[in-house]
Design a protein around this ligand. Structure first.
Ligand code: PMP
Length: 379
């Protein structure tokens, strides 16, 4: 029997073959007599797992050799503090520039205030579009030419895909061209590995694994080597990027099982094919097709709407609203009957949200679109 389609924003759907492999290897990983959960993180078996995981991640995302990969705990929200704890002192003024394009970058900016002079240098929050009636002001990305970047900033932070509001940077800003020499740090939690990443524009990227990579509990940090070694004295040792880099992410016990599942997912991505495309390129092409199918359906209807500027609509998270909100419960009930799960929108925004991560097949989006059309005909 086929499984239902799960549109959860995260923790989210994983490739079925990954779950099957994990199940098959649950009691005895490769003849070791142990579950991966039961292995010492310092043993040779686990060494193979984490090394392969890093190698595959580097290959898929074309991570340059002078960048380090850290496998940490604490989730993306811990990074809201860990990032300033490590990078605020890159410049003596401890200025940190935040671009706010949704609720997640807003949270990041608020947390950073504890560690220095954090400032919102551009915001998409609009007093003209308050959060009422199921809509939010976060529907666009302010033109980078208008960002009030500070020349002495230690870093610039943005969230490259806003999971709640469905706003995605399809192109990252070139800070040098904007007159800033600061490193760019991005929260890529909800679109990591859905598309390639231009490392020439990014000095540090972090994200929780529970959307496109694996289970919750693993936080990825990929950063340029020159950013190591600047942590404030109050930074907890397990969150000091340099100490973790020097200890292969094993200053404390890393989230071993989550890293193992991440490794299986990376192998799944490498094996994907779409026409002539393979690996991440194949996955990206499929993500583009899935998003187009859903946005075209929404835009072509009288009942549904998505208010995000088409130039920055997220391929991964598609919030949409029924123009007649009294029909929300009926929509969700009918969806669940058809095996289309977890479509309710975030409580901050309301309405619906369909998350179309890598593991969501095109057939899942086709089934959703069929239901959208059928429900509109019934209305
Ligand atoms: N940033 C983004 C973009 C997210 O989507 C999320 C989780 N939805 C977070 C941060 C917070 O992640 P965590 O709960 O793992 O701290």
């Amino acid at each position: 029997m086929s499984r239902p389609y799960n549109f959860s924003p995260g923790p989210a759907t994983l490739p079925e073959s990954v779950l099957q492999q994990a199940a098959a290897e649950m009691l005895d990983w490769h003849g070791s007599g142990m579950s991966v959960m039961e292995m010492s993180h310092r043993g040779s078996d686990y060494g193979l797992i984490i090394e392969q995981c890093e190698a595959d991640l580097r290959e898929l995302l074309a991570i340059p050799p002078h960048y380090r990969v850290l496998f940490l705990q604490g989730g993306a929200q811990a990074q809201n503090a860990v990032l300033p704890l490590n990078l605020a002192a890159l410049q003596p003024q401890r200025q940190m520039d935040y671009v706010v394009t949704g609720s997640w970058s807003q949270k990041s900016a608020e947390e950073a205030l504890k560690y220095g002079d954090a400032q919102v240098v551009a915001s998409a929050a609009s007093p003209n579009h308050p959060v009422v009636g199921g809509h939010s002001g976060y529907t666009h990305i302010p033109n980078p030419a208008t960002w009030r970047l500070r020349p002495q900033a230690s870093y610039v932070h943005l969230c490259s895909n806003e999971t709640v509001h469905g706003v995605e940077f399809h192109q990252l800003p070139d800070l040098r061209a904007l007159g800033s020499g600061a490193p760019l740090a991005i929260d890529f939690s909800s679109h990591v590995l859905s598309r390639p990443l231009d490392w020439s524009r990014v000095a540090l990227a972090y994200g929780g694994a529970q959307k496109n990579i694996g289970p919750a509990g693993l936080t990825l940090v990929v950063l340029r080597e020159d950013l190591l070694g600047h942590a404030l004295p109050i930074c907890p040792s397990v969150f000091d990027y340099r100490l973790q880099a020097n200890n292969q992410s094993m200053l404390n016990t890393p989230p071993t099982y989550a890293i193992y599942i991440a490794g299986l997912t990376l192998q799944w991505i490498k094996a994907q094919r779409e026409g002539d495309l393979t690996g991440l390129a194949a996955v990206e092409a499929r993500n583009i097709a899935k998003a187009r199918l859903l946005y075209d359906c929404i835009d072509g209807s009288q009942l549904y709407e998505n208010r995000v500027d088409p130039a920055c609509r997220s391929r991964m998270n598609v919030p949409f609203f029924l123009r007649d909100e009294s029909r929300n419960a009926a929509f969700l009930a009918g969806a669940a009957e058809r095996g289309l799960l977890q479509l309710k929108g975030h409580k901050m925004v309301g309405g619906m949200r369909a998350s179309l991560y890598n593991a969501m097949p095109l057939a899942g989006v086709q089934a959703l679109v069929e239901w959208l059309r059928e429900f509109e005909r019934q209305s």
